[in-house]
Design a protein around this ligand. Structure first.
Ligand SMILES: NC(=O)c1ccc[n+]([C@@H]2O[C@H](COP(=O)([O-])OP(=O)(O)OC[C@H]3O[C@@H](n4cnc5c(N)ncnc54)[C@H](OP(=O)(O)O)[C@@H]3O)[C@@H](O)[C@H]2O)c1
Length: 250
């Protein structure tokens, strides 16, 4: 790692082939705010240390995985290191170079419906869209030239294990998922998620009429299928906690 990045975060490294997630959660376990946009930024209060970590984790990745729900909820965003934390752009680029990564991580978008905002700047900049044959038909003629498609299955949700295998076959070995909870749920259920980075923001979000999800949705593990994890590191910046859990060896 470039010295200035290591000075801020400490040492960080990954296995050659790995899939890790990154979420910011409120004290009471909320990561989404119903229909309100940019839930992560609201929950972190645009905390600079959290944004730095998001940048660092993106800088390490060959590709950033996203469900179409998160794309819809985050207009105008780019899932790149320098977009989220421009002050360290040069060091992030240096890190990618040292790791042998391409200049930007590939954005990989999962959609069953094929309902993807093809004018979203992150899609225009280039994305790999993972969808079914039916989803791909819907996207025909609407995708920018910078995009390509991985087709998995005939229709409906794609089998994430097959999708990840196809990404690996294309050379995307180090994968970051930035969610959201439904995609993370499928990755966990399929046993594909190796590590989870969790930022605990010192804010209480509450729950009432909005559908407010935790980090995982669409799958229930407790009480019958507990998934115990291992705390790999815990860091603190002000009132924020930055946790890294291993999900394989628990
Ligand atoms: N706090 C945080 O750190 C954080 C991080 C990420 C996201 N979020 C928030 O999470 C919310 C979105 O939550 P979400 O759970 O709906 O997000 P999501 O998992 O990103 O999106 C769900 C959508 O992704 C597509 N998808 C997921 N799995 C698929 C599969 N196996 N095959 C095909 N398509 C698949 C489907 O898209 P189609 O509908 O197109 O079929 C599905 O409706 C947003 O509010 C966002 O801000 C928060």
């Amino acid at each position: 790692m470039p010295a200035d990045l290591e000075r801020i975060y400490g040492r960080l490294g990954f296995a050659d082939q790995v899939l890790y997630s990154n979420f910011v959660t409120s004290l009471d376990g909320v990561v989404t705010l119903g229909d309100k946009p940019s839930a992560g930024s609201v929950i972190s209060g645009r905390n600079q240390a959290d944004r730095f970590l998001m940048g660092l984790l993106r800088a390490c990745a060959d590709a950033v995985l996203l469900g179409a729900g998160t794309l819809r909820a985050t207009p105008g965003h780019h899932w790149t290191a320098e977009h989220i934390y421009p002050d360290a752009a040069a060091s992030f680029a240096d890190l990618r170079h040292k790791l042998g990564r391409k200049s930007q991580p590939r954005l990989v978008l999962f959609t069953a419906s094929g309902d993807v905002a093809t004018a979203h700047p992150a899609v225009v900049a280039g994305a790999t869209i993972v969808t079914s044959e039916a989803g791909a038909k819907k996207l025909q003629g609407r995708m920018p030239d910078t995009c390509d498609i991985i087709e998995v299955g005939k229709s409906g949700s794609v089998d994430v294990a097959r999708a990840v295998a196809e990404l690996r076959a294309r050379g995307y070995d180090v994968l970051l998922t930035e969610g959201g909870p439904h995609l993370a749920g499928e990755l966990i259920e399929s046993g594909l998620l190796d590590e989870a980075f969790i930022t605990i923001s010192p804010v209480v979000a509450g729950r009432d009429v909005d559908k407010r999800l935790g980090m995982i949705a669409g799958v229930e593990l407790l009480p019958d299928r507990p998934l115990w994890s291992t705390l790999m590191s815990a860091r603190r910046h002000g009132d924020f906690l930055f946790l890294r859990y291993g999900l394989r060896s628990g």
